[in-house]
Write a protein of this length. Structure first.
Length: 316
């Protein structure tokens, strides 16, 4: 189930996203855009052909950012062969600093159907990469192994079901330059079995000394996460915190209020929540002058006499 529209990236790594089309005129300078590679549906050529054409027509030594869109031209196919191509030609991209895998909208393929793979090899092959984002689900193969990467500043996993093993791998990695970390936990229906304990090493502080933004989002256990965040040492080093897109209720809101002060933040993102309006106002007052983005509460589903049914913003 998706309560927000996942849209194509318009900008990535500070650059406008561009779909190359040699038939539409001269291509932009190689270092002026984030190149988005897309297999058009029902075309005879596959991603390998598209990739080869890209290597032949663009000066890849100057490419700074790369975005991979839909990589199939008929039936959904596994992502592993695409990753293998990127890894095999990593030496052709000495200037690459931003990489986003699976920039796919729901109308093209639901996030839980994206047939991902272990993405560790591409990080190992690109030691100078600074920004890395992935969209997909654990039940379709998304995985990561603990690694050391000296240059990575931003790491983002957008998922409708994030595996606990992947979260533990992030927490076991050495990422001394990391400034931004976003994890969408997702739903247990789609392989999202990550827990607060899995992210506890991050919350303890010191693991990523340069971390300034933390997003623990899209979670069915958003109240538990809020409670853990309330006493987490890492909060003191942050400039922004996102607990959005999940099932945050007044229980989690109270835990935030009873925890450490959050008014040193520039932004607290709580959008897509189940908080009452009085709780939102209490949080705003307690966090001032920090900006609290909340918006209207989501609607509880189910029988009023039973436990409310609450959903994360992105699952299927």
């Amino acid at each position: 189930m998706t309560h927000i529209d996942i849209e194509h990236l318009e900008h990535f790594h500070g650059l406008p996203v561009h779909n190359p089309d040699p038939s539409s005129g001269p291509l932009p300078a190689a270092d002026s855009v984030a190149w988005r590679l897309v297999c058009e549906y029902d075309e005879e050529t596959g991603f390998a052909d598209l990739w080869e054409q890209f290597l032949e027509t663009v000066d890849t030594t100057r490419v700074r950012a790369l975005v991979i869109g839909p990589w199939w031209n008929d039936e959904y196919t596994p992502f592993a062969p695409v990753l293998e191509l990127i890894v095999a030609h990593a030496d052709r991209f000495p200037a690459l600093r931003g990489l986003f895998l699976a920039d796919v909208e729901g109308e093209e393929c639901e996030i839980s159907w994206l047939r991902m793979c272990d993405v560790t090899p591409v990080l190992e092959a690109l030691p100078l990469l600074e920004e890395f984002g992935v969209r997909g689900c654990g039940q379709e193969g998304l995985a990561l192994r603990p690694l050391r990467h000296r240059a990575l500043k931003s790491l983002r996993f957008e998922s409708g079901g994030l595996p606990g093993e992947l979260v533990r791998a992030v927490a076991a990695s050495e990422l001394p330059a990391l400034e931004r970390l976003d994890l969408w936990f997702g739903s247990s229906w789609y392989g999202g079995d990550a827990t607060v304990e899995d992210v506890r090493p991050v919350l303890a502080g010191g693991l990523f000394p340069r971390l300034r933004h933390l997003g623990l989002q899209n979670s069915e256990i958003q109240d538990e996460i809020a409670a853990a965040v309330g006493s987490a040492p890492v909060i003191a080093q942050l400039e922004s915190l996102a607990l959005s897109m999940g099932t945050l209720s007044d229980t989690g809101g109270e835990a935030l209020l009873n925890g450490q002060p959050l008014n040193h933040l520039s932004l607290l993102d709580l959008r897509h929540h189940y908080l009452t309006e009085p709780m939102v106002e209490r949080i705003r007052a307690a966090c001032a002058p920090a900006v609290v983005e909340a918006g209207e509460a989501e609607e509880d589903y189910g029988d009023p006499d039973d436990e409310p049914e609450r959903y994360v913003a992105v699952s299927e």
